[in-house]
Design a protein around this ligand. Structure first.
Ligand code: SF4
Length: 374
């Protein structure tokens, strides 16, 4: 079994903070869709598994696909792979594209889960972010997604924004937890180079992300979801019990996934591969049969570091026994002093052979992971 990720590299407008690969010029959309179909066909012939347990349309903005484009992509996937009848088929959609017509189309084509890019329920913040939707559209998209049976859908929110007050954040969380949808991904605002946000900070027009505020808002979110009986199963992901995201969970477990489309990443168990992050070059190289990707074969230490980093991000933690038996690394012996200091500070715990971050430790997840790297 494996997952399939499709990168749809088009957006209506550029969001202030975003550094994903996308273009606002949609005049080549049909060509890119055809090239994606070509890539699905060619890569399916030697991919590690014919069986798909999940399909994820990400981007960019997949909700910009026309019905015929979505149907063609899904038909080609069906021709090339065995899609499990229980497969999770997720479609990233922005609130301004969610309406009765689009929901019917997505449902009829087999999409069974949405990931809705809300980010905030404040018009002022949405305008600063240069999102294409309003707070009212955001609320309406949640209601209508639920009406059409997409209750397992995800909502994306961002915190740590300089103008996001604590009251506003608490209200954002409340709206999601009361919406009837079952999954939330919440990310701290980051300052990425070459974004409009980076430019604004450099010019003194915007304040940078507020780390202390981000910690407070993250801490509040964890408490709020626990009180509602939700599960915090990955550092940025929360759900009602039984509603973990299947596709993304495969990333954290290092299960192979095939990534198709400009900038998409793949992992076959040993090699990481990424496609060129340019629509123009992707089209040109696919049509002329030239290489449009780069690869990196993971070394033994790359693999161990990934197991540590990904393990610390998930609720279950790092499997110490498996690390010792399969990779020959006894983390407790190798990093004994450091681990003892983290235990003393209450930043980690060891339970049933797993090394887990505590609430306090999650605030330093990246630092702890890199300190443990081999
Ligand atoms: S819609 Fe999503 S992918 Fe497109 S610019 Fe905004 S955040 Fe980035």
């Amino acid at each position: 079994m494996s997952g399939l990720y499709l990168h749809i590299p088009f957006c209506k407008q550029a969001c202030t903070y975003c550094d994903f690969h996308f273009s606002t010029n949609t005049s080549f959309k049909a060509e890119v869709v055809n090239a994606i179909i070509q890539e699905i066909k060619s890569r399916s012939t030697n991919w590690v598994s014919k069986e798909l347990s999940s399909i994820y349309f990400g981007g960019g903005t997949p909700s910009l696909l026309a019905e015929s484009e979505l149907a063609e992509i899904l038909n080609s996937i069906g021709d090339c792979f065995d899609v499990s009848p229980e497969a999770e088929i997720t479609f990233e959609a922005n609130p301004d594209d969610i309406n009765e017509k689009s929901l019917k189309v997505w449902k009829a084509n087999g999409v069974n889960r949405l990931s809705i890019g809300i980010q905030s329920f404040s018009d002022e913040i949405l305008q600063w972010m240069k999102r294409a939707h309003s707070a009212e559209e955001a609320m309406r998209s949640l209601e209508i997604a639920l009406e059409y049976g997409f209750e397992s859908s995800n909502v994306d929110l961002i915190y740590g924004i300089p103008s996001l007050s604590q009251t506003r954040w608490e209200d954002d969380i409340e709206r999601v937890l009361n919406s009837g949808l079952k999954h939330l991904s919440a990310y701290s605002l980051t300052l990425e180079p070459k974004t409009l946000f980076a430019h604004q900070v450099e010019k003194g027009i915007s304040l940078p992300p507020d780390d202390e505020k981000a910690k407070r808002q993250f801490t509040y979110l964890r408490e709020a979801i626990r009180q509602k009986g939700w599960e915090h199963y990955e550092i940025s992901n929360y759900c009602q019990p039984g509603y973990r995201a299947k596709h993304n969970s495969q990333y954290w477990q290092r299960i192979p996934y095939l990534g198709v489309g400009p900038s998409a990443h793949s992992f076959d168990g040993t090699v990481r591969r990424w496609n060129v992050a340019s629509n123009h070059l992707y089209l040109k190289k696919i049509s002329s049969n030239n290489q449009y990707w780069e690869t990196e074969k993971l070394t033994k230490s790359d693999k161990i570091n990934e197991l540590i980093m990904l393990g610390l991000r998930v609720k279950e933690g790092v499997n110490l026994h498996s690390l010792k038996e399969n990779e020959g690394i006894d983390l407790l012996a190798r990093n004994g002093e450091y681990i003892a200091s983290l235990l003393e500070k209450g930043q980690i715990k060891i339970a049933d052979g797993y090394l887990q971050l505590t609430d306090e430790g999650q605030l330093y997840a990246d630092k702890i992971a890199s300190d443990l790297f081999v």
